[in-house]
Write a protein of this length. Structure first.
Length: 75
């Protein structure tokens, strides 16, 4: 997110190496190794998903899908 933000602000949205559309299926990989895994794609589901993940003692992958144009906060 930060790299994309800098490219948007400083380089007029001339994006390079920030398109992540070709990622592997992380959920399938996690499950192939016996991990519990889930994908979350909306903010209203995050709190419950994190609670499920933290309550589990086994390896757990939580994939959070974020809109690439979501604003990042710089402190």
């Amino acid at each position: 997110g930060m790299v994309r933000k800098i490219q948007a602000v400083k380089y007029s949205c001339n994006y390079s190496a920030v398109h992540l559309d070709d990622n592997p299926d992380f959920i399938a990989i996690a499950k192939a190794y016996g991990f519990k895994a889930e994908t979350i794609d909306s903010n209203d589901k995050v709190k419950d998903a994190i609670a499920r993940m933290l309550a589990d003692d086994e390896p757990y992958l939580l994939e959070l899908i974020v809109d690439p144009d979501e604003k990042t906060v710089v402190y």
